[in-house]
Design a protein around this ligand. Structure first.
Ligand SMILES: *Cc1c(COP(=O)(O)O)cnc(C)c1O
Length: 384
């Protein structure tokens, strides 16, 4: 464990976000919490019990091993859906453990069938249709072949879901493409239903689609970024606010990240700070060193640009981000001492460093910053 910084998770925010999503999305639609990428950096083992406590009983992951981690984090029953990679070696355990998984090619269906026959149980599958994202999914020919295999093997295959993924619902510029995808999806659904295959869950929507295209909610929505308290894009948030009197963000960020001062130093005007010559002190300054660098998830492109909070005030990162340390300018703060708390992401006093600010400067997506948070930082749940 890397104890030089701490990620905090606010349970109240979990509760707030789930309640908001449930209210907006409606009782009839199942919410699947997307917990891939270590639950968007929050930590699967920490966040899943909180989601479970606040009423989530469906989880989506990318890898088989993430599904195992989710199932080990749960205390009760829940569905776990693998949307991505399963090594052939893991298919037996996948089926045996009752994990649901995407079928996006005929090869995988055949592998699953063979193993389900050996085990004498049904594999729970979600048929993924290619509708225009051109990433994974069955095209019409493959779809027809899959249907034949499924109809021949009702004792070994259960079609739990029929799904696709929309290529960018968070931006209006993709509107036409999304409409085309939805049309294609419903056409393929007709084919499925005319073959008497009626999946329990028809699903296409991620966070953005669930809000921008309410008709796309169908039976289940796969909610990632929003359950953690972020909008998929500024555009999605603005569209949500449209015509609303209350312009406050109904979502709360769950995650905070903090560290502490490791050392302080007085620097004379004319001295360079950190590696190289990217920062030259123009005046006499006071600096603090923080034990967090790019190896610990602090993005290197924040060199000379990032900000943190100390004593409720902003402090600038000066010089380049090192592997394990950054240096900040604390000249304007009196009485700062070794051990004082420094906020990297989150609130301190009246100010906040948002993941967004972090990502805007570094030209990364919220998604990317979160997904890159190291798994070996301690996580602590705050009941506030
Ligand atoms: C990641 C992912 C989601 C969740 O997307 P958000 O924008 O985070 O809500 C939904 N569906 C699939 C297939 C995904 O890969």
């Amino acid at each position: 464990m890397q104890e030089s910084s701490l990620i905090t998770l606010k349970e109240k925010s979990v509760e707030n976000n789930i309640n908001f999503l449930k209210k907006k999305i409606g009782k009839k639609v199942k919410i699947s919490a997307v917990v891939k990428a270590n639950a968007y950096g929050h930590g699967i083992e920490h966040i899943v019990p909180l989601f479970e406590k606040h009423g989530i009983d469906h989880y989506s992951v990318f890898y088989y091993h993430e599904a195992v981690r989710v199932s080990e984090s749960l205390s009760g029953e829940a569905a776990i859906m693998i949307m991505g990679w399963i090594a052939d070696n893991d298919m037996r355990n996948t089926i045996q453990k009752g994990f649901e998984f995407y079928i996006f090619n005929v090869e995988r269906l055949k592998t699953a069938l063979e193993i389900a026959q050996q085990l004498g149980i049904r594999a729970k599958i979600h048929l993924e249709a290619e509708t225009g994202m051109n990433r994974t999914g069955l095209n019409l020919d493959e779809f027809n072949e899959a249907i034949r295999i499924i109809k021949d093997n009702p004792d070994y295959i259960e079609v739990v879901g029929f799904c696709t993924h929309l290529a960018g619902a968070e931006s209006i510029s993709n509107h036409y493409r999304i409409q085309k995808q939805l049309k294609k999806y419903f056409k393929l659904l007709d084919v499925l239903e005319s073959n008497e295959i009626k999946p329990k869950f028809k699903h296409v929507a991620n966070s953005a689609a669930a809000f921008v295209y309410p008709a796309s909610r169908l039976d289940l929505v796969r909610i990632g970024i929003m359950i953690y308290g972020f909008w998929s894009s500024t555009e999605t948030f603005i569209q949500y606010l449209d015509n609303k009197v209350n312009k406050n963000d109904p979502l709360d960020r769950i995650l905070g990240w903090k560290t502490q001062i490791m050392a302080t130093k007085k620097i004379k005007a004319g001295e360079f700070v950190s590696y190289g010559i990217s920062y030259l002190a123009q005046n006499d300054i006071v600096t603090a060193v923080l034990p967090i660098g790019y190896a610990g998830g602090y993005i290197r492109s924040l060199s000379n640009k990032g900000q943190v909070l100390l004593h409720g005030q902003f402090c600038r990162v000066i010089g380049v981000v090192n592997m394990n340390m950054i240096i900040i300018d604390i000249t304007h703060i009196s009485g700062a001492a070794i051990g004082d708390e420094v906020v990297i992401i989150g609130r301190q006093g009246d100010l906040e460093i948002k993941v967004g600010a972090f990502s805007d400067i570094s030209n990364k997506l919220n998604y990317e910053v979160l997904a890159n948070l190291p798994p070996n930082i301690d996580r602590k749940i705050l009941s506030i």
